[in-house]
Design a protein around this ligand. Structure first.
Ligand SMILES: Cc1cc2nc3c(=O)[nH]c(=O)nc-3n(C[C@H](O)[C@H](O)[C@H](O)COP(=O)(O)O)c2cc1C
Length: 331
């Protein structure tokens, strides 16, 4: 559904070309100082504009509708909205019955009988992640001194994303990428057996981000080629510190106090200029389409801050469950 989390519960709403998009955050501790300015940096990191990113540039000014009073959280649900201003819906009438390969156009058309808002991918658009990033800003404050950093490690198979983008551009193509995320100062004991392992919760949140196709923790898939003794992380002291971190900071689905490390696979942007085959849903006939308009050429460039936000929301939820965060703050 569109809500995620048990105590720190995040609900996203809106459509790419509707009036606005946003988020409702329930379960946030009361009394937390919250200023608009604190959102600027993370929102800027998600924005379009520049090499490989969409030309759609929204102001992304958060508007607090509820839950914040005199610059402090009140304990009531926090509703934040963002206006949509820079959208251009022209090309989407044509795409309505000729679904873009790789996008949600076909599945949304089938699931909702064609009444879904198809402009700009509607509710399946990357635009919806602006609310996730806003929730992440709040979650990052809750989880402090835990810190999270995500970054692009490669794009289109190259370590130099600009080079990869230039090459792809020549071919009217898009590219994907790998984003790595590291969280430090994590206490031992977050995550629950069986279905709410920390890996399950993070994966659940991460796969909600459009265009994510894979996730691995620690040495992940590479661990299948190791011997047990090399894969095992040997202990150094009674705090659980280990020599290596092949487990990515998780054992038995529970954080072990070492750095939490995971990598995320981002697929190439579905909308490409290169001609591709699709089908006219009204006639059943084969059609060739080329996608124009504002599109990210490499979504992965914008993903790190969204990954951080999801990770922060999951950790905030787990810390609240463990009573490691006070429900009321006095500063
Ligand atoms: C930040 C962000 C920006 C995106 N930009 C575009 C875009 O410009 N064009 C596009 O076709 N898809 C874009 N996507 C990806 C689609 O939303 C996504 O591929 C589509 O909804 C299908 O979902 P799936 O890839 O998870 O199956 C973007 C996703 C994110 C997270």
């Amino acid at each position: 559904m569109n809500s995620f989390g048990r105590i720190f519960r995040v609900s996203v709403w809106g459509e790419s070309h509707g009036n606005s998009v946003g988020v409702v955050i329930d379960g946030c501790p009361a009394g937390m100082l919250l200023d608009r300015k604190e959102f600027k940096e993370d929102l800027q990191r998600r924005k379009g504009g520049g090499v490989g990113k969409t030309g759609r540039i929204e102001k992304d000014m958060p508007d607090f509708i509820s839950g914040v009073f005199k610059e402090k959280t009140t304990g009531a649900p926090i509703m934040i909205t963002f206006d949509n201003v820079d959208q251009n819906s022209d090309s989407y009438e044509t795409l309505r019955y000729t679904p873009r390969p790789g996008h949600a156009d076909f599945t949304a058309f089938q699931k909702y009988g064609g009444v879904n808002d198809y402009r700009g991918g509607g509710h399946f658009s990357g635009r919806i992640t602006v609310g996730v990033v806003a929730a992440g800003v709040i979650a990052k404050k809750i989880i402090s001194p835990v810190t999270i950093e995500a970054y692009l490690v490669e794009a289109g198979g190259f370590v130099d994303p600009e080079k990869a983008i230039r090459e792809a551009q020549k071919k009217s193509e898009s590219i994907g990428g790998i984003v790595e995320c590291r969280a430090k100062n994590i206490p031992v004991g977050l995550g629950e057996p069986f279905f709410d392992s920390i890996e399950s919760l993070i994966s659940h949140g991460i796969f909600s981000i459009p265009a994510i196709k894979g996730i691995e923790f620690g040495s992940g898939f590479a661990s299948t080629r190791m011997f047990g003794s090399s894969c095992n992380d040997e202990f150094v002291d009674i705090t659980g510190k280990t020599v290596t971190n092949n487990s990515g900071g998780v054992a038995g689905g529970i954080t072990n106090g070492n750095e939490l490390v995971f990598r995320v696979a981002v697929k190439p942007t579905p909308s490409v200029k290169k001609l591709q085959k699709t089908v006219d849903m009204k006639t059943g006939k084969a059609v060739l389409i080329s996608i124009k308009g504002n599109h990210d050429q490499c979504i992965a460039l914008r993903i790190p801050v969204i990954v951080e936000a999801i990770c922060a929301c999951v950790l905030a939820d787990c810390l609240l469950i463990e009573h490691l965060v006070p429900r009321i703050r006095y500063n």
